[in-house]
Design a protein around this ligand. Structure first.
Ligand SMILES: Nc1ncnc2c1ncn2[C@@H]1O[C@H](COP(=O)(O)OP(=O)(O)OP(=O)(O)O)[C@@H](O)[C@H]1O
Ligand SMILES: [Mg+2]
Length: 234
């Protein structure tokens, strides 16, 4: 894979919280456009930390991290805003706002981007149909099941048609049937050209779908051979 297809590059990245021991040690790895990665590792290994680095919630303690070619240590607030417009995130705890309807939650990134109300609503409707929640447009999140909330979070992450989609344990709170459905949504995004990174404990997916695996162990990332040729089919 050539450098021009690289969308994220880590060069000797170290990350520690405060005075604590490093969570990530000397990570040097590139991630590529239109690829699909599973991010694995034991609880506490650093999966959420790595995703936080990727959406620039935290910065490396040392080393260099480039996203879309920009060094995150040097980006301006405006650049940060622009880069975030290209990254969709599904958080481990959903992060859904209970005082907003499903539609308003899903359309929020478009509001931030300055889109008009009518266009926001039309796009939210389209995405909610896609995730199978067309009937929940005006519902408030507290009446939804865990799996439905998860799909709201996914709809909100993909409504901006991100170039990178980060999902943290997206199948953690749902049964196998819903988990399969969610995986198919991620697969759909990947097929439409998004670089998808899914942190998961769900070994079955990793083994069945045989996509690239980034495994965090003792602060290092162990990538399998296919990372050099990121392809794979369900
Ligand atoms: N805000 C924080 N301040 C201090 N330490 C933190 C913070 N967030 C995470 N850690 C520590 O960093 C390490 C990695 O945590 P992280 O949440 O990235 O793991 P994880 O792989 O996502 O785990 P899980 O599978 O349980 O979600 C853990 O030792 C954790 O205690
Ligand atoms: Mg985590």
């Amino acid at each position: 894979m050539s450098e021009e297809n690289s969308i994220v590059s880590f060069d000797k990245v170290m990350l520690h919280y405060g005075e604590g021991a490093p969570v990530l040690k000397n990570v040097s790895i590139s991630l590529y456009k239109k690829s699909f990665y599973f991010l694995t590792g034991a609880s506490g290994a650093g999966k959420t930390t790595l995703l936080r680095l990727l959406y620039m919630g935290i910065k490396p303690s040392s080393g260099q991290l480039k996203i879309f070619g920009k060094d995150v240590a040097e980006i301006s607030r405006q650049e940060l805003f622009e880069i975030r417009q290209k990254i969709g995130v599904v958080f481990q705890d959903f992060n859904i706002l209970n005082h907003l309807t499903v539609m308003e939650n899903v359309a929020l990134p478009l509001k931030v981007a300055g889109e008009l109300k009518k266009q926001r609503e039309n796009q939210a409707k389209e995405i909610l149909d896609w995730v199978g929640l067309g009937g929940c447009f005006n519902a408030y999140p507290d009446v939804l099941s865990g799996g439905q909330k998860q799909r709201v979070a996914i709809a909100r992450a993909v409504i901006i048609r991100p170039e990178i989609l980060l999902a943290d344990e997206p199948t953690g709170n749902v049964d196998e049937q819903i988990a399969n459905k969610l995986m198919n949504l991620f697969y759909g995004m990947h097929k439409m050209g998004t670089c998808v990174i899914v942190a998961t404990h769900y070994r079955q997916f990793v083994d069945t779908f045989r996509y690239n695996e980034l495994k965090i162990e003792n602060g290092r990332i162990i990538a399998d051979r296919s990372i050099l040729d990121p392809k794979g089919e369900f």
